[in-house]
Design a protein around this ligand. Structure first.
Ligand SMILES: [Zn+2]
Length: 152
C-alpha cells in the first residue's frame, strides 16, 4: 500500500537472538505518526503507525537506516510471498520475518507493557517533506512505543 508520510519519522529497534542460529542480531522498524489520508477510524487522536513489509522507501531514508543497520535488506520472503525490506541475521543471513516481529504479542514490535516498550530505542529519521513509502501500516502499539522507547 502506498502511504504518504509527513515528518517526523522514527526508527525503532533493539537486539534479539536469531531464531535460526541464536546469534545476536539487530532488528528495526519504522514509526510514522503522520500518515496522510489514511484513517482507520475517526479518532480525534492521531494514530502512530508501525510500518512493516516495507516494499519501497526513498533512498535517503534507506541510507540512514542501513548506515546503522546494514542487515536491513530487500529480500524475498516465502512467508509473505513478496520482497520487502527485512531484518536479516549477520551470521546465518536468514530473514527474521516481519510477521514474527510485529504480530506476535511480546515480540520486539508488539510490546505488551511499558517495560517491554522500554527495551526499544527510538531515533528520529531526518526528513523535511512528505515522502511515499510502500508498506503495511499497523496501529495500536505505536503510541506505547513512542511514549516509552529509549530516545537516542
Ligand atoms: Zn542467524
Amino acid at each position: 500500500m502506498a502511504l504518504t508520510v509527513a515528518p517526523p519519522l522514527y526508527l525503532i529497534g533493539m537486539k534479539i537472538n536469531c531464531w535460526q542460529c541464536d546469534s545476536r542480531m539487530p532488528v528495526v522498524a519504522i514509526l510514522a505518526p503522520n500518515v496522510i489520508d489514511y484513517e482507520e477510524d475517526d479518532d480525534e487522536e492521531k494514530t502512530v503507525f508501525a510500518l512493516s513489509g516495507i516494499v519501497e522507501i526513498p533512498q535517503d531514508i534507506l541510507a540512514f537506516i542501513q548506515k546503522r543497520v546494514p542487515t536491513f535488506q530487500l529480500r524475498a520472503s516465502h512467508t509473505a510471498g513478496y520482497r520487502y525490506f527485512a531484518n536479516t541475521c549477520p551470521q546465518c543471513h536468514k530473514i527474521y520475518g516481519d510477521f514474527y516481529l510485529h504480530c506476535e504479542p511480546g515480540g520486539p514490535f508488539f510490546p505488551t507493557s511499558e517495560q517491554e516498550a522500554k527495551l526499544l530505542y527510538i531515533t528520529e529519521i531526518p526528513m523535511t517533506s512528505e515522502i511515499e513509502i510502500k508498506a503495511s501500516p499497523s496501529s495500536g502499539l505505536g503510541e506505547l512505543i513512542l511514549a516509552h522507547g529509549k530516545r537516542i
